[in-house]
Design a protein around this ligand. Structure first.
Ligand SMILES: *[C@@H]1O[C@H](CO)[C@@H](O)[C@H](O)[C@H]1NC(C)=O
Ligand SMILES: *[C@@H]1O[C@H](CO)[C@@H](O)[C@H](O)[C@H]1NC(C)=O
Ligand SMILES: *[C@@H]1O[C@H](CO)[C@@H](O)[C@H](O)[C@H]1NC(C)=O
Ligand SMILES: *[C@@H]1O[C@H](CO)[C@@H](O)[C@H](O)[C@H]1NC(C)=O
Ligand SMILES: *[C@@H]1O[C@H](CO)[C@@H](O)[C@H](O)[C@H]1NC(C)=O
Ligand SMILES: *[C@@H]1O[C@H](CO)[C@@H](O)[C@H](O)[C@H]1NC(C)=O
Ligand SMILES: *[C@@H]1O[C@H](CO)[C@@H](O)[C@H](O)[C@H]1NC(C)=O
Ligand SMILES: *[C@@H]1O[C@H](CO)[C@@H](O)[C@H](O)[C@H]1NC(C)=O
Ligand SMILES: *[C@@H]1O[C@H](CO)[C@@H](O)[C@H](O)[C@H]1NC(C)=O
Ligand SMILES: *[C@@H]1O[C@H](CO)[C@@H](O)[C@H](O)[C@H]1NC(C)=O
Ligand SMILES: *[C@@H]1O[C@H](CO)[C@@H](O)[C@H](O)[C@H]1NC(C)=O
Ligand SMILES: *[C@@H]1O[C@H](CO)[C@@H](O)[C@H](O)[C@H]1NC(C)=O
Length: 764
């Protein structure tokens, strides 16, 4: 029986090997000693067995060479161990049995969470290791000196996240690598490498002659970027982002014959774009973005070059886009956001058939939008904030079935809405705001499977009714149609099925918005955060009591009247932050009411509100009560609740009494307007309102003199105290001369420049 089985096994092995399944033959030979070491390792390691996929399956009934993550040689020695992503959280120290797996050639513990533990000594015993990967394993502290004993290392990856920082100080970089001369891939991202000046590059270039991959992102390296690196002829990947080199890119970097990736994002690079580097035939990716003083035009690109990713956003690089950009057949990602490009988008870009991602936003581009008909893989197109003109030809977008993102906002585009966009079901974001687009959007289509989430058509000249499909978009989240000439009647309930609606803005059109004040499907939209219906001829407040997430509500410039209901302060579960009810016909606030404590902006101006001044919540930063009929005096402590307030106006009411001293405590104020009331008494000494820019106390009955301190308020540039009963001499501060507006007139007893009336010495 036994013989039969082993014969059978033998045959199986034979057959397997015959069919090329060699691995089955070499496994099945796990040495007991190796198995015991692995089991001891598993026993020590703390890992989450519900998430682990490899360690959890290590058990005696299976040959250890078949365990997940384990590789053996023919003799049954463990030569490879890959425990990356195993949710290991500790249980690893210098006496770990791992360090007795003396045959290991490859070890990967990446993406675990050793919880800021120190890296133990012991790695030096693993003298056969060629591949060591401890990246993102959340180790911290100094890298142990015995790492330098792993003399066969070819790949060393100790990259960490910025939050768990390893350090190379003592030993430093030189001590670590000076005997690791075989290394071809060195990745030490976010390790704090403490060296003086640019020694790091000469150290690397003298000890690692075979280096192909160098990744030292965010290592705290300083500059200048040194040309010694250029002696490493085989360097293929250079990733040195987020260090502070503060220098130019050395010319000699163009000598890398095999350069594939050059990434130097946010390194404070200066000088001009190194043109020659773009001529390297192997170059696929260049990222020099966020070097805000890096200048220069783009080079002429080599015909049929291999560039795939061109990333220069947030630099001073500018000039015209060269036609040769269209001769890079593999180009798939162009990120030139926030640069200084001028002139037209080259027509040659129509030839970029591999283009996936195109961002030319925030430049100074002019001319018309070319066609991207042949770039069938386009996912994202962003021309936001340029000066593009002409129409948006509909056929340009036909068949771009991968397109997800389109931003043409803030240009000077004219003509109609490109209706072909409405055939692209994958589109998630359409931004066309702030152009001069016009006409009616008439197309009605079945949008039940559309992905559209954000649609922004604001600040254009669209006319006609809001197209019907807009109310049926199943995924719509942000809909901004404000500042057009849309007309007709909109019943808010028409949005009742847009269950993902987060923000709705229909303001400033020619719409009449109707609501059902008692019960409505709109009020059950549970995601709604922002509702802006300014100037929508509304006569009734929508029912918003059930909106638990609403934080921004603008119902200004409507025909709302009567009491402001007290439930409005509970909208959004009391988390309302912005409320604008200005330019309506409200006459009072329903009592009792409690303002929500997070309210930042409260705008009630231009209503018919009467009675006492409502006491605002403490952190309000914009408070406008102007143009109402408030009749009380200003409460004594009013200034003490305005400590965070930047803007406060209560002009054009019927306030009486004095300006309370507590206004001195409103130290954040930039604009204070108490004009056009019947306030009496003196102007308080407010020399401590250091940020005050504008003070209007005109048309009241204030008396006494103008406090000297006003003349020394550094930020003040607008002062109007005209038409009061002020007396005495106008203070002569040097500040007053730079004011944009200064008015003292209509105070009979006031004297001195700039008034014509000079001060009679006797009267002072
Ligand atoms: C051992 O591992 C194998 C494969 O992962 C599994 O099928 C078996 O149930 C395990 N045995 C024990 C005793 O855990
Ligand atoms: C190392 O860890 C093992 C198992 O967790 C523990 O028994 C041993 O005491 C630790 N050794 C040191 C030096 O911390
Ligand atoms: C290290 O391991 C991680 C996770 O498996 C992997 O993403 C990374 O590319 C590896 N690093 C190197 C240099 O192979
Ligand atoms: C560069 O790589 C080539 C091919 O892999 C190799 O023959 C050569 O020795 C390497 N040069 C250096 C300086 O390491
Ligand atoms: C050039 O770089 C590629 C990787 O991009 C690598 O496979 C190749 O071996 C390198 N050649 C030389 C001569 O270094
Ligand atoms: C950036 O580099 C310039 C020199 O090119 C230097 O004057 C400046 O201080 C550097 N900025 C920072 C933040 O290091
Ligand atoms: C461009 O390069 C590709 C691949 O290297 C090659 O097949 C093609 O012939 C080249 N075309 C031109 C016009 O040089
Ligand atoms: C696109 O490429 C073709 C063939 O390489 C070329 O003839 C044509 O001039 C290019 N078009 C533009 C607009 O550059
Ligand atoms: C944009 O172009 C228009 C007309 O071509 C021009 O009047 C306007 O000044 C330009 N704006 C900017 C910011 O360049
Ligand atoms: C308001 O909604 C209720 C219940 O859905 C309905 O009966 C009533 O007719 C609606 N009122 C208006 C003015 O639409
Ligand atoms: C508001 O919510 C309450 C309780 O969640 C519910 O009973 C009521 O029907 C809702 N009102 C509207 C108009 O959706
Ligand atoms: C200003 O605030 C301080 C501290 O809160 C307070 O003690 C003082 O009474 C306030 N001044 C006035 C005039 O209310």
């Amino acid at each position: 029986m036994r013989i039969q089985i082993s014969l059978c096994l033998l045959l199986l092995c034979y057959c397997s090997s015959f069919f090329g399944l060699h691995s089955i033959l070499v496994s099945g030979r796990c040495l007991d000693s190796q198995k015991l070491l692995l089991l001891a390792l598993k026993n020590d390691l703390k890992f989450d067995s519900s998430l682990s996929t490899k360690l959890v399956g290590w058990n005696q009934s299976v040959d250890c060479c078949d365990w997940g993550g384990v590789t053996c040689d023919k003799a049954g020695h463990v030569i490879g161990l890959d425990l990356s992503n195993e949710f290991i959280a500790g249980g690893f120290n210098g006496s770990s049995s791992l360090f007795r797996l003396g045959f290991l050639k490859s070890l990967n513990l990446a993406y675990n969470s050793f919880n800021s533990a120190q890296l133990p000594s012991g790695f030096g015993k693993l003298t056969q290791v060629r591949y060591l990967n401890l990246s993102n394993a959340n180790f911290e502290g100094q890298v142990p000196g015995d790492f330098s004993l792993m003399k066969k290392l070819v790949t060393l990856d100790l990259s960490s996240s910025p939050y768990y920082s390893l350090v190379l100080e003592n030993p430093g970089l030189k001590m670590l690598i000076q005997s690791l001369t075989e290394v071809r891939e060195l990745l030490l991202d976010n390790i704090k490498i403490i060296t003086d000046g640019y020694h790091w590059s000469s150290v690397i270039s003298s000890f690692l002659p075979n280096l192909q991959v160098l990744s030292l992102k965010g290592c705290g390296l300083s500059g200048p970027l040194d040309s010694s690196l250029a002696t490493l002829k085989n360097l293929s990947f250079i990733l040195l982002d987020e260090n502070t080199f503060s220098s130019e890119i050395p010319e000699s970097f163009a000598n890398f014959q095999n350069l594939t990736v050059l990434s130097l994002r946010a390194c404070n690079l200066s000088g001009s774009l190194p043109k020659k580097i773009f001529q390297i035939p192997t170059l696929k990716t260049i990222d020099l973005s966020s070097n805000v003083i890096l200048k220069g035009p783009l080079p002429v690109f080599p015909e049929n070059g291999s560039l795939e990713n061109l990333v220069l956003s947030y630099t001073e690089v500018g000039g015209t886009l060269p036609d040769s950009i269209g001769s890079l057949p593999l180009l798939s990602r162009i990120e030139l956001r926030g640069c200084k490009f001028t002139g037209p988008i080259p027509v040659s870009m129509q030839n970029l058939t591999r283009l996936v991602y195109l961002d030319l936003s925030s430049n100074l581009l002019t001319g018309s939008i070319p066609s991207f008909q042949s770039s069938k893989n386009l996912v994202s197109v962003n021309f936001y904030q340029n000066n593009l003109t002409g129409g948006i030809p509909s056929f340009h977008w036909e068949g771009l079935n991968s397109l997800q993102f389109l931003d043409l906002g803030y240009n000077s585009l004219i003509g109609n809405f490109p209706e072909s966009l409405l055939t692209l079901q994958s589109l998630e974001y359409i931004y066309l705001s702030n152009n001069r687009l016009s006409g009616q959007i008439s197309k009605d289509i079945d949008v039940s499977s559309y992905q559209l989430r954000d649609l922004d058509l604001s600040s254009n000249k669209f006319v006609g009714p809001i197209p019907g499909f807009i109310f049926k978009l199943p995924a719509i989240s942000t809909l901004t149609l404000s500042k057009n000439n849309f007309n007709g009647i909109v019943d808010l309930d028409m949005f009742g099925k847009s269950t993902k609606l987060y923000a709705l803005d229909l303001s400033y059109n020619d719409l009449t918005v109707r609501v059902n004040a008692s019960k409505s499907s709109f009020s059950s939209l549970s995601e709604l955060n922002t509702l802006k219906l300014a100037s929508c001829k509304m006569q009734e407040l929508p029912y918003l009591k059930n909106q638990t997430r609403l934080m921004m509500l603008d119902l200004s410039d409507n025909e709302l009247s009567g009491e402001i209901p007290n439930w409005i302060w509970e909208v959004g579960n009391g988390y309302l932050r912005f409320l604008n009810l200005s330019h309506n016909k409200f006459s009072s606030l329903q009592k009792p009411y409690t303002f929500p404590f997070l309210l930042d902006v409260l705008d009630l101006h231009s209503n018919y509100l009467e009675g006492d001044i409502p006491i605002p919540p403490r952190r309000v930063y914009h408070l406008d009560y102007s143009n109402n009929n408030f009749r009380s005096s200003i409460p004594v402590n009013f200034g003490n609740v305005l400590t965070s307030t930047l803007f406060f106006s209560i002009s054009n009411n019927k306030l009486v009494g004095v300006i309370p001293q507590s206004i001195r405590n409103a130290t954040s104020l930039r604009i204070l307007d108490l004009s056009h009331n019947t306030l009496t008494g003196p102007i308080p000494v407010i020399g401590n309102l250091k940020d005050l820019q504008s003070l209007d106390l005109s048309v009241n009955k204030l008396n006494g003199s103008i406090p000297e301190e006003l003349a020394s308020l550094r930020s003040l540039s607008f002062l109007n105290v005209s038409y009061n009963h002020l007396s005495g001499k106008i203070p002569q501060g040097s500040q007053f001369q730079t004011f944009t507006e200064l008015s003292f007139k209509g105070n009979k007893e006031l004297c001195g420049p700039p008034l014509k009336k000079s001060c009679n010495k006797k009267r002072i």
